[in-house]
Design a protein around this ligand. Sequence first.
Ligand code: PLP
Length: 413
Amino acid sequence: MLQLDLHPTGRHFLQIPGPSPVPDRILRAMSLPTIDHRGPEFGALGLKVLAGIRAVFKTQHPVVIYPASGTGAWEAALANTMSPGDHVLMYETGHFAALWAKMAQRLGLSTEVLAWSGTDDVLPNAPGWRRGVQADLIEARLRKDTERKIRAVCVVHNETSTGVTSDIAAVRRAIDAAGHPALLMVDSISGLASADYRHDEWGVDVTVSGSQKGLMLPPGISFNALSPRALEAMKTAKLPRAFWAWDEIVEMNRTGYWPYTPNTNLLYGLSEALDMILGDGLDNVFARHQRWAAGVRAAVNAWGLPIQCADPAVYSPVLTGVVTPVGVDADALRRLIHERFDLSLGTGLGKLKGRMFRIGHLGDSNDLTLLATVAGCEMGLKLAGVKLAGSGVQSAMEHFAGLVAQAPLMKAA
Ligand code: PLP
């Protein structure tokens, strides 16, 4: 018998919280011939993407672009500003915050991890993974640090493992209220270009981000947005660094070039993504993500399942974590949905493995993509025998139909 092992018909639904679907317009831009990275055309491309990405971070200061995944940019942030044994205060809101702390330890830093210590009925093993950063805990800890040993405060803006955001301006206020000189480092790998973010206004010293989320690019480039204080800290920081060193890159970037071979075709893609995002306007981009997130939450509420984020003030516009009933393996459910409906959902990470799944609603999406996603989840939940309180599809339709008149839609490509 003829074995048919073809790619399923129609488009795959890539609804994990990054990598997000790459628009055709960006894919086409990346298919241009690779050019000489020391030639004149490249310099113009370099200058264009460096200026555009500053606008997305909302900064006047340098943004370093690395040919690396987000993990590389995490390392770069620490390696450029810290010295062996320096004490850093990390705040654990989820799996990615925990991984960044682990990396800091591996780099030879002394790490102290703060977390919310209340109790939680829905996820008793991960109460702090349902809430954003509590800035008052940071302020209290910094006030106790009379010897000013803490060199940096590190927080995650949009915890991709949970669907919880954190109020970065509040963290800045907490550091200032304590009169503490620590640097503020923020991971906005999955927040940038989907959720409101203001590097300069919020007084962030290093923001770390990546290409494969709100920027709608494939994985492979990542960023460090800097502040003047971060550049000052670099001058005395002693952790070993070579490839990640900001100084040479920032210097060569002045003319649009890099000290090594940058990934040219991803930069073509970045140039196109910046045209799309800035052409549309960041406020429209943020409003669209809020609208999708509210539609997906309407569906989860109608199913009667808990949204992982327990605090509506910090719901993520990028993804929604859905907690499955005790006894329902969320990964088996995800597998079933993938096999039957060609829909990929995010897995539960770390201590939440099997207890939740994540619906990504970011980047190149629209109301109907999300309705289809909700429909795929709903059918899968029913097939898995989960008793639902009501129809999430119906609620999401009502949400999208009700808001359609006011909402800014993506401009035609
Ligand atoms: N931080 C956050 C918040 C993330 O979502 C991710 C990846 O999803 C990372 C860090 C790690 O980035 P990467 O996988 O690109 O190395």
